[in-house]
Design a protein around this ligand. Structure first.
Ligand SMILES: [Fe+2]
Length: 198
């Protein structure tokens, strides 16, 4: 057996190492287990695309809110009780139109405005998406089920650590009489990433 195989066999798995660090922190009274549970709750229950859906629905029914949202996303979402981590210094809201489709990505890793649009799906973190959506966005969108006509301009936005984006999708024409809460139900995570239209 080559020597590196023996090294691999002696190395604990990631799960075992995480458990060991957690136990060591707990033993020193730092309550790592509680912190992990809190984070897990936030990720699964609080940081969901339902937040962004509320933002979009409000922007659709309230033109003044829409203006404030486009001018300063971070301040506008705070009006409806939503917040971003401190290091997400800017929330830039990109408005789609009939002829413009905005798409977001993070070419370096997986940054998103996760407290607003939810944690990124696996494909968003995949090197395939991160590299190809920049170079051949129309093809990638088609592969993801969004076949845009040639006259629609595609704008790809690369997230950074302190500047996060969300896409404001166009409102489907058949929803013209709908109340805000019903509108929020049709807004999807993918439409706020920009890989789907509603
Ligand atoms: Fe990133």
């Amino acid at each position: 057996m080559p020597s590196h195989d023996r090294v691999v066999q002696r190395t604990a798995t990631v799960e075992q190492r995480v458990d060991a660090i957690q136990a060591a922190l707990d033993a020193r009274g730092l309550n790592a287990t509680g912190a992990v549970e809190d984070l897990s709750h936030l990720a699964q229950e609080e940081w969901t695309s339902k937040n962004g859906a509320r933002v979009v629905a409000r922007a659709w029914v309230d033109p003044a809110f829409r203006e404030r949202l486009l001018a300063n996303g971070r301040e506008a979402v705070a009006e409806i009780g939503l917040s971003l981590p401190r290091h997400h210094r800017h929330l830039i809201v990109l408005e789609n139109t009939a002829t413009v489709q905005n798409v977001i990505c993070c070419t370096l890793c997986s940054c998103t405005a996760f407290t607003i649009i939810g944690l990124p799906p696996d494909w968003y973190k995949d090197l395939e998406y991160r590299s190809r959506v920049v170079r051949e966005s129309r093809t990638v969108l088609r592969e993801l089920g969004l076949d845009l006509s040639p006259e629609v301009e595609i704008r790809v936005w690369d997230t950074t650590a302190d500047t996060r984006y969300m896409v404001l999708p166009t409102r489907p024409p058949e929803t013209v009489e709908w109340p805000e809460d019903r509108l929020a139900e049709i807004v999807t995570r993918d439409s706020m990433i920009g890989v789907a239209r509603l």
